[in-house]
Design a protein around this ligand. Structure first.
Ligand code: G2I
Length: 451
């Protein structure tokens, strides 16, 4: 089939699909007992990353089709998968996902057009002028093929360095085309498919920090100069080293206030049980609290195929059973829960006391800093909590308030002083002052236990 015919037939299918999606949303609004339908009741989409290679697995596809209203190809739309050699586009795997999604009335997120990773080596060997042409050709090739069929594209992914500098990341694009490559990519993308929302997507930008400030300043500049950008994606890959930030909602809101949508694009949270469930609740509540948070995507259907599978970060376990995190998300979305099995761990009423602990640095000076650990009860009331904080070897704590520490080397175990009793979902915390003694590293907060 010629490229033109393929495009025409894709566009014709898209019209039918839009109608099917509306029917599906209207139908499921009554029941609201799946993630997609509950999210639709809040005016949001609830998506997942999908790998084409798993679509033949009956349980995988059944779970996908039942629960989700949007899909993101996990790898199949990346540069190495779609244009492995210059000018030769292959869409077989990506088409498989898009066709499947459309047959189920699901929307599709496009991920991703310009990224330093999963980039074929031929791109890196081009000189500046050729590279600029190749970047625009790639954007036009992908967006043209799927014109009218993608609700949002990650036009540029992960262009900023991790860590404190807020600088751009080195990549062939950055190094040869300079800062302007992002703007050129967005302008090209707007012309290629005016109906698609154009997003900048990154990780470790979920809270207010140097990296998110740098992205914020770029978006602000784009908006002030009329560079076309519609949305910012917050990947939201969380674990104990990178917990859900306490200022997550505020950060989403400040971007929304610039006049762009925000989307949670690659959500996963390592952990299990009610602690993981409580973290997922925080994320969903943050999105729902921000009017311009258009929707959420989890980065995979089942723990067994997650890129971080050992961390069991998703909503369905390896046997496609709903985890407590699933129940928590459904309930936070206003869904009807799972009354069929009220004894699930993590469900309200299961009698299991639990808590989560998150850390923030609240003050900082040359020789020391103040840290604050926030303790949040799970979905049962608790009467006490315990949390460990491991400090970098050089650091020492000079004072601690609203908690009772005991020490073992550089590990402090903190229990309540007066503040052990918490209602379900309620928070307290303790603070401390530490001397850096040459190390500015953050302490590590361990698992919170409660009874
Ligand atoms: O790393 C997590 C995500 C961070 N943000 C951008 C996302 O695109 C990224 O996704 C992951 C995929 O989940 C992995 O599946 O990106 C990885 C590569 O950067 C993907 O891993 C790759 C493996 O590294 C390859 O060996 C493998 O051939 O998946 C490929 C396809 O299975």
């Amino acid at each position: 089939m010629s490229m033109t015919l393929r495009r025409l037939s894709r566009a014709a299918t898209a019209g039918l699909v839009a109608a099917a999606a509306l029917t599906a949303a209207a139908h499921s609004a009554e029941a609201a007992d799946t993630l997609g339908s509950a999210a639709a009741g809040q005016g949001r989409y609830f998506g997942t990353a999908v790998a084409a290679s798993h679509l033949g697995e009956a349980d995988y596809t059944a779970t996908l089709d039942r629960e989700f209203s949007s899909v993101t190809p996990e790898n199949e739309m990346k540069w190495d998968a779609t244009e492995p050699s210059r000018g030769t586009f292959t869409f077989t795997s990506a088409d498989r996902i898009v066709d499947h999604a459309q047959s189920q009335g699901m929307d599709v997120r496009g991920h991703t057009l310009v990224w330093h990773s999963q980039l074929p080596s031929w791109v890196g060997s081009l000189g500046a002028s050729d590279l600029r042409t190749a970047m625009k050709d790639h954007i036009n090739g992908l967006m043209g093929h799927y014109k009218g069929e993608i609700h949002s594209w990650d036009v540029v992914n992960e262009a900023f360095q991790d860590g404190g500098s807020g600088a751009r990341r080195s990549s062939p694009f950055q190094d040869k085309l300079g800062d302007g490559f992002i703007e050129e990519a967005f302008r090209t993308a707007r012309a290629a498919d005016p109906a698609a929302k154009l997003c900048y997507n990154d990780y470790n930008t979920d809270g207010v920090n140097a990296k998110s400030n740098a992205v914020y300043n770029m978006v602000k500049d784009f908006k002030s100069r009329g560079v076309p950008i519609d949305c910012v994606g917050f990947q939201s890959h969380f674990n104990s080293n990178s917990p859900v930030p306490s200022d997550y909602r505020q950060n989403l809101q400040r971007f929304a206030d610039l006049g762009v949508d925000v989307q949670i694009t690659e959500l996963d949270i390592e952990g299990s049980g009610s602690a993981q469930a409580a973290d997922y609740t925080k994320v969903v509540e943050a999105c729902l609290a921000v009017d311009r948070c258009a929707g959420m995507t989890v980065w995979g259907v089942t723990d067994k195929y997650s890129w971080r599978s050992s961390g069991t970060p998703l909503l369905f376990d390896g046997n496609y059973q709903e985890k407590p995190a699933y129940d928590a998300v459904l309930s936070a979305l206003g869904g009807s829960g799972d009354p069929g099995d009220p004894g699930d761990p993590g469900d309200p009423g299961d009698g299991t006391a639990s808590c989560t602990a998150t850390y923030t640095r609240t003050a900082d000076w040359n020789s020391g800093y103040n840290g604050q650990v926030t303790i949040t009860a799970g979905d049962e009331p608790i009467s006490t909590w315990t949390v460990t904080v491991t400090l970098p070897a050089q650091q020492s704590v000079s004072s601690l308030w609203n908690g009772t520490p005991t020490w073992n080397g550089n590990v402090m175990t903190v229990k309540p002083s007066w503040n052990g009793t918490l209602a379900a979902g309620a928070s307290t915390g303790f603070g401390f002052t530490a001397a850096k003694n040459g190390s500015d590293a953050a302490p590590t907060v361990g698992t919170c236990t409660a009874s």
